[in-house]
Write a protein that binds this ligand. Structure first.
Ligand code: SDX
Length: 429
């Protein structure tokens, strides 16, 4: 939908570019003809002002602290929906009716087991391997086991690959956890829902079943929903760029897992809990806040700040309430880590440094407290984030593959290296 044009004056020439409007949020200047018309590139490292695609999946208003999945606000979905219903919404665009939901849940449930031979992959890793290293490797290896759903030109294969990915990620992540603690893998069960199944595969042992606490499975399900998608974040952009080369879906998701692992991105939940533990008590907070503000100190408050949210991350709000509820119900409401987190948030949000830069807690600030209360080690936090985000990566990948304007992603650069020079033989250097 174009309405007005943007004018760019370079020297004595004026160039015009269409402005495209979405349904909500910032319009865009369509500069696809810029290089052809002017011989110039735009320059935007970190893509702070660049829309890399158009999408109808997730909308974020960073100033309002609003997050919509296909138009539905995240707090309503977290309170009233559940993860597999949210998966259907993200994948197909609307909330399912009862029969659609039942059929979808059955399809996902039927794909939760992994190929038996994939269990051997884990035994190639050391027991102390980080779960994300294992998850990244096993997801990439899926292309070798499910080669019948790697032809991205076949819509049916794209669909089965999507269901397999969403269904098997909990099994892949749970097996990574079991392997790291030297316990046998636990098979998924078809009588459990998605969150219950994940807890069962992580915490059951052959000698006794894990009694699933409904409070924890609801908290787990809510964590999955809160992390499901987030428009064009770094890992989703990685999946889109990998997918733009027509790479198979498992390779694309493995690329997303690798990118998410970074502490500036999904790895922040592990880093945030480790930071809260390092701070230890409320008395130590001022020292760490001072370090976070010190330009000469690389320390940052992990779980704070966001490229898009310049107000409170709506997911952090839900997560904070959920952390309080879970800990109270588990009788550990005076959890020292939660106390440090809440006091740190209070101090930071009154400090001009954070206020001026609009730095608020993000999704990773409180999630680790809940995951720790459920029983996970910090090393599993990002693997759980990857498990949750798989549906978002898949939905965005499907949208890109189905886009008639799809082109391979190939950014250019501002070159500031050596200009042409002839080779010099070593005895003349
Ligand atoms: C996720 O994109 C997504 O949607 C991601 C995500 C998703 O769902 O996919 O929401 C998930 O990745 C959440 C973010 C998790 N990362 C962290 O919590 C790590 C800590 N946060 C920062 O590293 C940082 O805030 C980023 C990476 C999240 C955002 O970085 P930007 O947008 O590039 O901002 P910036 O680094 O340019 O910071 C702006 C200013 C700088 O100060 P000045 O140079 O202006 O003086 O704010 C400061 C920064 O030094 N700053 C911080 C800070 N974050 C930014 N100072 C102290 N502590 C922090 N956490």
């Amino acid at each position: 939908m174009t309405k007005q044009k943007a004018k760019l004056t370079i020297g004595d020439k004026v160039f015009e570019f269409p402005i495209l409007d979405g349904t909500v949020g910032p319009s865009v200047i369509d500069i696809r003809s810029l290089y052809a018309q002017t011989g110039l590139f735009t320059y935007d490292p970190g893509f702070t002002s660049t829309a890399a695609c158009d999408s109808s999946i997730t909308y974020i208003d960073g100033d309002k602290g609003e997050l919509l999945y296909r138009g539905y606000p995240i707090d309503q979905l977290a309170d009233d929906s559940h993860f597999l219903e949210v998966c259907f919404l993200l994948l197909y665009g609307n909330l399912p009716n009862a029969s659609e939901l039942e059929e979808f849940e059955t399809r996902v449930t039927r794909h939760t087991m992994m190929h038996e031979q994939m269990h051997q992959l884990y035994h190639g890793f050391r027991r102390d391997a980080h779960p994300m290293a294992i998850v990244c490797g096993v997801v990439g290896a899926m292309a070798a086991f499910y080669h019948d759903s790697t032809d991205i030109s076949d819509p049916e294969q794209r669909e089965i690959a999507s269901i397999r990915m969403i269904a098997k990620m909990p099994t892949i992540a749970a097996n990574a956890y079991k392997y790291s603690i030297g316990q046998p893998f636990v098979y998924p069960r078809n009588d459990l829902n998605y969150a219950e199944n994940f807890l069962h595969m992580c915490f059951s042992v052959p000698t006794e079943d894990y009694k699933i606490d409904p409070i924890l499975s609801k908290a787990m399900d809510r964590i999955f929903t809160l992390h499901a998608d987030h428009e064009q974040n770094a890992s989703t952009s990685t999946v889109r760029l990998a997918g733009s080369s027509d790479a198979n879906p498992f390779a694309c998701i493995a690329a997303g897992v690798a990118c998410l692992w970074g502490p500036a991105h999904g790895g922040a939940n592990e880093a945030a809990l480790n930071m809260l533990r390092e701070i230890g008590t409320v008395d130590n907070i001022p020292e760490y806040v001072a370090r976070a503000k010190d330009k000469n100190d690389p320390f940052r408050l992990m779980g704070f700040g966001h490229r898009v949210y310049k107000s409170y991350d709506p997911r952090a709000k839900v997560m904070q309430e959920s952390a309080k509820e879970v800990l109270e119900l588990m009788g550990v409401s005076n959890n020292p880590t939660l106390q440090v987190a809440r006091e740190l948030e209070k101090i930071a949000l009154e400090d001009p440094y954070f206020v001026e830069r609009k730095l608020y807690p993000n999704v990773d600030f409180y999630s680790g407290i809940i995951l720790n209360a459920i029983g996970f080690p910090t090393s599993m936090f990002t693997a759980i984030f990857a498990l949750s985000r798989t549906v978002g990566w898949i939905a965005q990948w499907k949208e890109m593959i189905g886009d008639k304007q799809k082109k391979i992603g190939r950014p250019r650069q501002l070159y500031d290296g050596s200009t042409y020079r002839d080779y010099v033989a070593i005895d003349k250097r």
